[in-house]
Design a protein around this ligand. Structure first.
Ligand code: SF4
Length: 161
């Protein structure tokens, strides 16, 4: 069993009220091979919500108190993002999930690349807050592109699809 971002399963939970469903992930959920969660909703945020980016670092820096998650309107939502990350981790521990596929680019779910806090679609290296916390607990996190690439050419496909 893996965990995926709710928006990849097609649920309209993104800040703009839309989903980002892909047939690979909806099929995994339908076949009961994947559970889903949205860290930002688990942290108490609503849909729709103002877009947010990490200012001053990445998710790891947020966990260490060195960076903040701030909306485009200047509201600090760091606490909600950290709460969502903790609840997502609890979910993984409860269901013994070791592999997680999270939506790329998000300040919660981003994996390897996030936006730089200027709201100009500029990417920097780094993880989102939830990704950083899951990695701290030795959970494998990858984005949707990496996952799809892997199932296209490895035995993971046999187990997942
Ligand atoms: S927090 Fe993650 S699961 Fe929720 S909408 Fe953003 S990218 Fe999707």
């Amino acid at each position: 069993m893996i965990l995926i971002s709710s928006c990849l399963a097609g649920h309209p939970v993104r800040y703009d009220g839309k989903g980002k469903g892909h047939e690979v992930f909806t099929r995994l959920v339908d076949d009961k091979k994947a559970l889903y969660a949205c860290p930002e909703l688990l942290g108490g945020l609503s849909v729709p919500r103002a877009p947010a980016e990490i200012i001053g670092g990445d998710g790891e820096d947020c966990l260490e108190g060195r960076a903040r998650v701030v909306t485009i309107n200047g509201i600090d939502v760091t606490d909600a993002f950290i709460e969502g990350a903790k609840r997502t981790l609890d979910f993984c521990l409860k269901y013994r999930i070791k592999t997680v596929v999270l939506k790329s680019g998000s300040p919660s779910c981003g994996s390897g690349k996030i936006y730089d806090g200027t709201f100009t679609s500029t990417s920097i290296n780094g993880d989102g807050v939830t990704t950083a916390l899951l990695k701290r607990h030795h959970i494998t996190v990858m984005d949707e592109f990496t996952f799809i690439e892997r199932i296209n050419d490895t035995s993971m496909k046999r187990n997942m699809l």
